[in-house]
Design a protein around this ligand. Structure first.
Ligand code: ADE
Length: 419
């Protein structure tokens, strides 16, 4: 089986949407043009495990233009856009294994198909391919030269592997680039999470209480955009510094059990497990809508919620109504999976432009430099980060000043002080 998608008949619709996204991904397009001339990835086998979206399709096109032989599988069972998967196979010749709603067995069969490609480079969003290779396919390590990782959760998993001495090849943490997390995590998650909640529920946010668990870059984006839509935002944090930051950004901060009594809509973006648990379900306001925008569906204790519910029904697509023993209703979106990708289309192309420019340039970096790198987790080289910011500004038609020679010299001196 050289691909597994829902319906190749969706390819034309997928192609039109991929081209639409491409119009808002000028940095990636410029890399694609250069890659087509220079072919820096000639003959390099890439196994990518990413959300199968229009933006990812444009990254796949870019890698292929650089000469890579790419196989793509889904990085979440609910995030695949089936028309895009079809177009990748039928229009762009990218072997793709992804079907929206696939069960866990199929999800891993798709990952295994990507590993069977015998990659030189792995490209992960959540580290499932890296984890699977190290646990079940160690023989694949012989041909791998390096990898990239897209997201915070994946970087945390890889750092834990490296700390244990378990990680067997070098991986660039794309998430750590400033042109990635300051934009994708903040503005991308901020917009796409609210987009997912709104598309799923069609509820008004103005005047409602929005609880955000986690005040990292994703949480900051959601809180900021929620406030912008008129929601009263409560932040729940365990880190005193981030909690303080949330307070000074103008949000109320309180423990999760207290927030539960007030929440109309609750989003988790912590990267940790059971952030909304039994005590919060018990304290929760009638009619609360709960969802997750972190990588894994472990942030809400869904088995416990199902156990506590006396009945469950789907009242809208991906909206489950749970009736609790006291008659209270709690609404769970997308079975706790990434609400922005399951109920909407993920981050808009304009921020994924920078994230995926990092992916493309880091794949090129890996091919050129892997031989000199020990196994471990590496930051994106600063030159790559800075060049993406500069090109992005240029594509927006924005000019900035440059330091004068005098200013450069001043910044390098220590002799001058109070005058
Ligand atoms: N992660 C978040 N949004 C995404 C998108 N649009 N495409 C791929 N990965 C994503």
């Amino acid at each position: 089986m050289d691909h597994h998608v829902k319906d190749l008949g969706l390819a034309a619709a997928g192609k039109a949407r991929i081209e639409w996204a491409d119009r808002d991904m000028p940095v990636l397009a410029s890399i694609r043009e250069r890659f087509a001339e220079e072919r820096p990835l000639d003959g390099v086998r890439v196994s990518a495990c990413l959300h199968v979206t229009t933006e990812t399709a444009n990254l796949m096109r870019t890698l292929a233009a650089g000469g890579a032989e790419v196989v793509l599988c889904a990085s979440n069972p609910l995030s695949t856009q089936d028309d895009v998967a079809a177009a990748l196979v039928a229009e762009y010749g990218v072997r793709t294994y992804a079907i929206k709603g696939e069960d866990t067995d199929t999800y891993y069969e798709h990952i295994d198909a990507a590993i069977a490609h015998r990659p030189h480079i792995t490209m992960d969003d959540g580290a499932d391919v890296v984890g699977r290779i190290h646990a079940d396919f160690p023989e694949a390590l012989d041909e791998i030269i390096g990898g990239t990782e897209e997201t915070t959760t994946g970087v945390i998993r890889l750092a834990a592997m490296a700390e244990d001495g378990a990680l067997k090849y070098p991986i660039v943490a794309v998430n750590e680039a400033k042109t990635k997390h300051l934009f994708d995590n903040r503005y991308g998650t901020g917009q796409s999470t609210l987009d997912g909640i709104i598309r799923a529920t069609n509820r008004l946010l103005a005047g409602r209480t929005l609880v955000v668990s986690g005040y990292g870059w994703c949480g900051k984006g959601i809180a900021m955009r929620g406030a912008g839509m008129g929601a009263n935002v409560i932040v729940c944090e365990v880190d005193p510094l981030k909690a303080l930051e949330a307070v000074m950004d103008g949000f109320r901060v309180m423990p999760a059990v207290k927030a539960a009594a007030e929440c109309d809509v609750w989003v988790t973006v912590t990267g940790d497990i059971n952030v909304i648990d039994e005590a919060m379900f018990a304290a929760m306001k009638d009619g609360a809508i709960i969802c997750n925008s972190g990588h894994f569906n472990a942030e809400i204790n869904i088995p416990k919620l199902r156990e506590m519910a006396t009945s469950v029904r789907e009242v809208r697509p991906l909206v489950e109504e749970m009736t609790m023993a006291d008659g209270k209703l709690i609404y769970l979106l997308a079975d706790g999976r990434l609400v922005n990708l399951a109920c909407a289309e993920g981050h808009p192309a304009n921020v994924m432009d920078m994230s995926f420019a990092n992916q493309a340039l880091c794949a090129e970096f890996m091919v050129a430099n892997a031989a000199d790198l020990e196994p471990g987790v590496y930051d994106v080289p600063e030159e790559i980060d800075a060049s993406i910011a500069a090109v992005k500004l240029a594509t927006m038609g924005i000019e900035i000043d440059e330091l004068t020679e005098e200013q450069v010299a001043y910044l390098c001196s220590w002799q001058e002080g109070t005058v």
